[in-house]
Design a protein around this ligand. Sequence first.
Ligand SMILES: [Zn+2]
Ligand SMILES: [Zn+2]
Length: 253
Amino acid sequence: MGFRYWLHVVLDLLFPSTCAACRMPVSGSLCLCAGCMADVRYLHSPLCVRCGALFAAGNGGDHICGACLRRPPPFVLARAVVLYAPPVSTLLQRLKYGGDRTVLSTLTHLAVPFDLTPFASCDLIIPVPLHRKRLRERGLNQSLLLAHGFFSQDAQVIRPDILVRTRDTAPQTRLGGKERRKNLRSAFAVTRRADICGRSVCLVDDVLTTGATVIECAGALMRAGAGEIKVLTMARAVESMIVGPAGKETGRG
Ligand SMILES: [Zn+2]
Ligand SMILES: [Zn+2]
């Protein structure tokens, strides 16, 4: 527990009713102020029925995007709860880099209107793993904590022990889609093949940006014999693209 964690704990004790994102006072038991709450962007149709990429408004109903048609990703479904923008990006960064677990209840609360049904039916829930070195540095895996937030009733099927990150890859933040996939090549391995053989898996991550991470993870799980993979992320970057497992950039889907 770092200094920032305890600072937040003390602040929260002294000022119990502040917005979880901007720290402005809020009334009652609300976790976000009205201004921040108004900025939360849930993702709505029209979107790609497979990868969840957003289509420009007026582009008809949900349909499969060109990228998924040309090069189907190794998962059958990917969805995000909200768009990656403040206040959610602020909360996720605070969790990921500041070790602040107090934002979790707000993130879980924001996921309440989101339909988890297609994911709750999966046999196993697997968070995207961190390399053990980075896990030691951060003290938490944000994807595992989010998985527990999304599926609080299904703790027994949340399995952080099946998929491991075997390489401590460079941070992805400044890399483009192509570099991200190169950076991640063979970065994940399945340790318990027998446990996933033929099983459906819900892969959980915090943010989907280019899709490179979940494509690598889903690929590793499928090669190890998983039945099918669905991807659930808390947020989706507005510029997010879904690209094939080994191909060139296929553009916005
Ligand atoms: Zn606020
Ligand atoms: Zn698509």
